[in-house]
Design a binder for this molecule. Sequence first.
Ligand SMILES: [Zn+2]
Length: 342
Amino acid sequence: MQKSGGYFIMKRNLFCTKCFNDEDFEKTTGTITHEIKNEKFEENVEKFICKNCGEEIIEDEDFDESLLKAFNDYRKSHNLLLPEEIKKIRSTYALSQRALARLLGWGQVTIHRYENGSLQDNAHDQMLSFIKQPDNMLKLLEKNKKNISTKLYKKTKEKAETLLLKKSLTDNIIIKKLQSLNKKYSGNKKFDIEKFYNMVIFFSQNIEKLWKTKLLKLIFYSEFINYKKFNTSIAGTPFIHWPHGPVPKRIYALIDILIEDYKAIEMQDISDHYEGSIIINKKDFNPSIFSKEELETLNLVLNKFKNYSSKELCNQTHKEAAYLQTKHNDFISYDYANEIIL
Ligand SMILES: [Zn+2]
């Protein structure tokens, strides 16, 4: 043990209960065996040995530390959650120790004790492993709805649903494919559905009666202008050449994700209008996931084009090299961003 003074304490004068006298003790490293639920676990521990009679003294904190190690060895051999894993499950749902205990119908300090190293019983361990999966957390919430406050119920439900959605979207084959494209088609960035969805919300929140065609052009300009200015797109959206101008690759699938999974927008079809449908937003824009520069670009595009009709905006994109130099269904390289007319 090195003390701040810079010398090692290898010897100590302690009271020996066997010699019944103050004796010199020598420090050594030995082992200690803890018995946990009828199983033995041997751990290393620092000991002081009486030079006179050989009696061993282990200091309280060293004893406690070795016991925690034995608990963790027990956990590992029985596949039980480690204290830090329990902590992680709790923080995934942004719950306090008390809130989680309440939700599970356990004693107030139970979670606190487990996170600090107390050994959890098997039933509790199974329950904690169970709620690791957000869909299971949702089941638990429904079951215990009556026993918890509405606030806790709502807050946790929202969190679990977000986690569930994130999980399903990471497994989404269309998104995976968009993310695997060459970076010249995604503007040096891996496609980010969360940002894409928030760009849609940004424009639909700020433009009254936003036509789908117009929205797609606004996203194109945001991505390409941001690339022109900062050499990176915002959401990594890949575009292809369609008759009305550049559109995001797999746009129908992406819109479906926004409608069905995120429940972020609705489409209202206007049957007597050639442009089809307008976007109605159901969620609020989240600026916190964008950088200052990205927000600047979004506002620049909004201010420049918000009063353009869909037709005017289509005509505008038809003048861009990104459109003129590509053919139907071609991917549009972000190299054309440098020629965007601003
Ligand atoms: Zn002694």
